[in-house]
Write a protein of this length. Sequence first.
Length: 252
Amino acid sequence: MVNIEGSQNSSQIRSDYDLWHEQWGFSTENPLRHPWYASVFRELERLPGGRLLEVGCGRGEFSVWLARAAPRFSIVAVDFSGAAIDIAKDAAQKAGVAVEFRVADAEALPFESESFDVVVSCECMEHVASPQRMARELARVMKRGGRLCLTTPNQLNGNMISWVYAYLSGRPYNSGAGVQPRENFYFFWTVRRYLTNAGIEIDRLESSHYQWLLLPRVAPSKLRTVQFNSSIARWFAFPFGLHFSFFGSRHD
């Protein structure tokens, strides 16, 4: 794993993320335009409902949307940034939906053990100091037999060239969505190991692909996704997806 961290302490990183979220604001676009949210929602459609926790909810776009699309879930959503949570609370109030938003650290969740039927975390693990601590916290708050839906980028593809360029040039890494205060880089099998070590049995993986992945500093959401009709092509391309979705359960 490679770590790039522009800030040296937790309070500074929190402040940097507050500025980050204030810059972007709340998006009213359908979150399912992103393949990671789409893959998670497909999994949630198969579940009966229950208490759901979103870890790393950002400005709350997915939780607010999900509260309307799947009211059978009682949603709690947390993020490290107080500014992000303020934006999310305002959006939920305007949308007239009930989501409990709280400021919390993914590595030290303020919930009792076995509190949630479903735990969701989209594009968050790459921004925490210790992915293994985060994985243990996700497992801890999930009920036995509960369901995990987690997505994170995978670096086994052309996106690695952008990181090498940033490293050699001494410039901050830009994924296409801007420079983040903290970025981790790892391969999908490393993430699977974190989750397995935490006691989560992963039973399904999905990966998403994009055209022109080598195009520098272009957000993946602006590129067209690639669908492979051939099972052989899907098998070959699978390890090189830019975003991976991990689905599993806690059975210990």
